[in-house]
Design a binder for this molecule. Structure first.
Ligand SMILES: *[C@@H]1O[C@H](CO)[C@@H](O)[C@H](O)[C@H]1NC(C)=O
Ligand SMILES: *[C@@H]1O[C@H](CO)[C@@H](O)[C@H](O)[C@H]1NC(C)=O
Ligand SMILES: *[C@@H]1O[C@H](CO)[C@@H](O)[C@H](O)[C@H]1NC(C)=O
Length: 371
């Protein structure tokens, strides 16, 4: 009898010890997943904000001010290697909103258990269209993981091979979309064929904007780096009094969207391409991003709640974790000399682009109202 009592007491305490150990291990495991993953995500998820993409990339200034610290290397292959050493030294950020919390948890799980995959969606253009903004906006989504830098794989780095390209990608879960953006793809002759040979099912996003304002914005960016170049008018025309536009000038050529699009449509169905209006991205970012999410087959998680409009700046900004110091806004970087272009020149260029624009609207089935 006494012995029996003793054994049952032993059994109770053994069970207690077992449960205690189990719960301790669980706590430790959860702690690890949340905090370790959180620290990594802080580094990678906001990489785009911390590190301006590669020097030659272009289109990087659309989002407010980008800080240059910690970004010694503009080269994507080097910055990918650097990541490991920076990881430990950055303190984890405390996310602000609920959505940030949610995507943080999903990202951290992906970080530990996900795999590197070739992208299933690409933002392929256009330079100065608003591609950086679309990338920063869409990567809030918990089911999207994006590369912060521009890999330029299908134009400059194609020789390095698909394994090199895959290695650059963030880890993703099977349910998540892998995304990268390189705006020069849209005007690269070989890009559609090369992307199709990676996968015929790749989803393509193109951010387009009035080609005249795009050209001026493009010129303004070049001018800020090379102040000695000729005036916009000199570069835009072969003979201005004849309204003879110089279509060999890149700033002009990029905006002839229909010519480039025809090249893409030889390899992709129109339903695989989605066109974002750079203008509506400013006036209605949530609406535009809603359509991007639909196109990617994602639940509409990015909504009005994620944006606020900065009236001083005149551009929408992304609400973000309180810990980050700078707002992420769509808009020109401050201090850039604004080029004044003769309204007559603008009118001439509008005339020049009109037939190309109309053909473009007809082909994509959308009126962008650039007249
Ligand atoms: C993670 O993502 C899935 C969709 O893949 C979503 O349904 C779920 O709510 C997310 N979980 C968390 C904790 O954010
Ligand atoms: C432009 O064309 C007009 C008319 O043909 C000609 O007189 C003028 O010299 C040309 N200007 C330039 C810069 O070629
Ligand atoms: C709005 O933009 C102005 C000018 O760029 C800036 O000084 C200000 O801090 C911004 N305000 C908010 C709330 O983002």
């Amino acid at each position: 009898m006494a012995q029996r009592l003793l054994t049952s007491a032993n059994r109770v305490s053994a069970r207690f010890a077992f449960i205690f150990t189990l719960s301790l291990s669980c706590t430790y495991l959860c702690y690890n997943i949340i905090f370790y993953g959180g620290a990594v995500m802080t580094n990678q998820g906001y990489e785009g904000k911390r590190c301006p993409p590669s020097k030659n990339a272009g289109g990087k200034k659309l989002l407010g001010k980008l800080s240059d610290n910690n970004c010694a290397s503009p080269d994507v292959s080097r910055s990918a290697g650097q990541r490991g050493s920076n990881e430990q030294s950055r303190p984890p950020a405390s996310p602000g909103g609920h959505w940030a919390d949610m995507s943080l948890r999903n990202m951290s799980v992906a970080q530990k258990y996900g795999n590197k995959k070739l992208p299933n969606a690409l933002i392929v253009g256009v330079k100065k269209g608003g591609t950086r903004a679309v990338l920063e906006f869409i990567r809030i989504h918990p089911d999207v993981r994006a590369l912060g830098t521009e890999p330029h794989f299908f134009d400059r780095n194609y020789d390095r091979g698909l394994d090199w390209y895959r290695e650059l990608m963030p880890r993703t879960l099977d349910s998540q979309i892998t995304l990268e953006k390189t705006p020069s793809y849209f005007v690269t002759r070989e890009a559609p064929r090369r992307i199709a040979s990676m996968s015929h099912e790749t989803k393509l996003i193109v951010v387009v904007r009035n080609p005249v304002t795009r050209a001026i914005s493009d010129y303004t960016q070049t001018l800020s780096k090379k102040p000695d170049i000729p005036t916009f008018e000199e570069l835009a025309f072969k003979n201005r009094s004849l309204s003879l536009v110089d279509t060999s000038w890149n700033a002009i050529r990029i905006g002839m969207y229909i010519l480039h699009l025809e090249n893409w449509l030889q390899y992709f169905r129109p339903s695989q391409m989605h066109f974002v209006s750079g203008e509506r991205l400013i006036t209605d970012p949530a609406g535009e991003m809603g359509r991007v999410q639909d196109f990617l087959g994602l639940k509409r998680i990015i909504t009005d709640k994620h944006f606020y409009f900065n009236r001083t700046k005149g551009f929408p900004c992304l609400k973000k974790p309180e810990s980050s110091s700078q707002p992420r806004c769509l808009g020109k970087s401050k201090g850039r000399t604004h080029v004044q272009i003769d309204p007559e020149v603008i009118e001439q260029l509008q005339e020049f682009y009109r037939p190309f624009n109309i053909k473009f609207y007809e082909t994509v089935g959308q009126d962008f109202k650039w007249e």
